[in-house]
Design a protein around this ligand. Structure first.
Ligand code: GTP
Length: 365
C-alpha cells in the first residue's frame, strides 16, 4: 500500500514545483505533461495488484514490473529536478524540487531496501541528474552540491543498514514460521509411530463427518486394536512393545496407501484409519487385507518374527443412524468390541441401517 501511495507525492511535488514557478502558463504544456505522466505512474502503481495465484514465478514477475515502475518514476523525477535547476523560470520553486528529491530518496532508502541493488539504482536515478545540473552551474552552487553529496553518502549507508535489518528480520520470521510448523506437526503426530495422534483424530474426525453429511459422500472408519499386546510387553519388555507398535504402524502404511486416508494412533495399542470417499465394502476389503497380512507376517522383534494379530471394527458413516460424529464412532467401536468378544483376530462390520453385524476371521467376499 505504501509503495502504491508513494506516487501521490511525486504528483503533488511536480504540481507545486510547476505551480510556484515564475510563469506556469508559459510552461503550460510541460506542466500538464508532467501531471499526466505522474498521474499515470500513480494509476499504474494502484492498478498493479498482487497476482491471484501466488507462486514464486508469478510473484517474481510482479516484483520486476513493480520495480520497473519505481525506476521509471525515479528517472522522471531526477530529470524534472535537473530541468528545473537549469531553467531560470523555476528559480522560485527549485527548492521544492530539491526537497522533493531529498524526501523521495530518503523514503526509498528506508522502504525499498529489500533489494539493495535496485534501490541504489533508483537512488542514483533520483539524485544524480540534480547533482550534475548543480555541478554545471559553477562555484555558486558548490555549497548545495557538496551538502547534497554528503546526504547521498548518508542515504547509501542508511540503505545498506536497512537492507541488513530487513534480511535479519526476514530470516528471523522464516525461522519462527518453520518452528511453528514443526511444533504444529509435533502436536499432531504420535512420536513413536509417526502416525497422526489422538489430537489429530479429534480435529479431523468431526470435520470429515460434517463434510460427508454435507456432500453426501461415504466416509469409512476402521478401528484396529492389537490382540494381547500386554503379553508382548510382559514377555519381551517395553522397548520391544514399542518396536512392535512401530512395525504395526509401518504395515498400516503399506496397506492403507491412499493419499486421502488418515492413519492414526488413537492411544496405547489402538489405531484408526479415516477413509473419505470409501464405501463400507471397500474399507472392509482393505481392513481384511491388513488383518491377513498381519496374521501371515507378524512383526519383527529383536530380529525375530513374532506372531501378532489384531481385531478390527469397520463402519461407514450413515446420516440416518449417526446423529453425531460420536455416535458414528461408538457404532464402529461397538463392532471392534464384538470382534474382541468373538475371539479376536477378526473383523466385524458395523451394520448399515438395521442390517446384521457381519463378522469375519477369513477374507470377506
Ligand atoms: N510398549 C508400549 N506399551 C504400551 C504403550 N501404550 C500402551 N501400552 C500397553 O498396552 C497394553 C494394553 O493392554 P490391554 O489393554 O490389556 O490390551 P491387550 O493386552 O492388547 O488385550 P486385548 O486388547 O484385550 O486383546 C498395556 O500393557 C499397556 O501398558 C506404549 O506406548 N508402548
Amino acid at each position: 500500500m505504501r509503495t502504491r501511495l508513494g506516487g501521490v507525492y511525486y504528483l503533488l511535488a511536480w504540481t507545486l514545483t510547476w505551480g510556484f514557478s515564475a510563469a506556469p502558463t508559459l510552461h503550460l504544456a510541460h506542466g500538464l505533461i508532467g501531471i499526466a505522466f505522474f498521474a499515470l505512474m500513480l494509476l499504474l502503481r494502484l492498478l498493479h495488484r498482487l497476482p491471484g495465484e501466488q507462486t514464486p514465478q508469478t510473484l517474481q514477475r510482479w516484483l520486476d514490473r513493480h520495480w520497473a515502475l519505481i525506476l521509471l518514476t525515479a528517472l522522471a523525477w531526477g530529470s524534472v529536478h535537473a530541468w528545473t535547476l537549469n531553467n531560470p523560470l523555476f528559480a522560485r520553486s527549485w527548492l521544492i524540487a530539491t526537497l522533493g528529491t531529498i524526501a523521495f530518496s530518503t523514503a526509498l532508502a528506508y522502504s525499498f531496501a529489500m533489494s539493495r541493488r535496485r534501490a541504489i539504482v533508483a537512488l542514483l536515478l533520483l539524485y544524480l541528474p540534480g547533482l550534475l545540473a548543480l555541478a554545471s552551474q559553477g562555484p555558486a552552487q558548490h555549497p548545495t552540491l557538496i551538502t547534497l553529496g554528503f546526504y547521498l553518502s548518508y542515504l547509501c549507508l542508511a540503505l545498506n543498514r536497512s537492507h541488513h535489518e530487513y534480511h535479519d528480520t526476514l530470516g528471523l520470521e522464516l525461522k519462527l514460521l518453520a518452528q511453528q510448523q514443526a511444533l504444529e506437526h509435533l502436536s499432531r503426530t504420535d512420536s513413536l509411530t509417526q502416525l497422526g495422534n489422538r489430537h489429530q483424530f479429534n480435529n479431523l474426525f468431526p470435520a470429515m463427518v460434517a463434510n460427508a453429511r454435507r456432500q453426501q459422500t461415504p466416509l469409512a472408519l476402521v478401528l484396529l486394536d492389537i490382540d494381547f499386546f500386554k503379553r508382548v510387553n510382559d514377555e519381551h519388555g517395553h522397548a520391544s512393545g514399542d518396536a512392535c507398535l512401530s512395525a504395526f504402524a509401518a504395515l498400516m502404511r503399506q496397506v492403507f496407501r491412499r493419499g486421502g486416508d488418515a492413519l492414526l494412533r488413537l492411544g496405547g495399542e489402538e489405531f484408526g484409519v479415516l477413509m473419505p470417499d470409501t464405501s463400507l465394502a471397500q474399507a472392509s476389503l482393505l481392513a481384511e487385507q491388513f488383518r491377513q497380512a498381519l496374521l501371515e507376517q507378524g512383526v519383527e522383534i529383536q530380529g525375530r518374527r513374532q506372531p501378532l494379530t489384531a481385531s478390527l471394527g469397520v463402519g461407514c458413516f450413515d446420516a440416518l443412524q449417526d446423529d453425531s460424529a460420536e455416535a458414528f464412532f461408538r457404532r464402529v467401536d461397538a463392532a471392534l468390541y464384538l470382534a474382541k468378544g468373538r475371539g479376536r483376530n477378526r473383523l466385524v462390520q458395523a451394520p448399515a441401517c438395521n442390517g446384521p453385524l457381519q463378522s469375519s476371521s477369513a477374507p470377506l467376499s
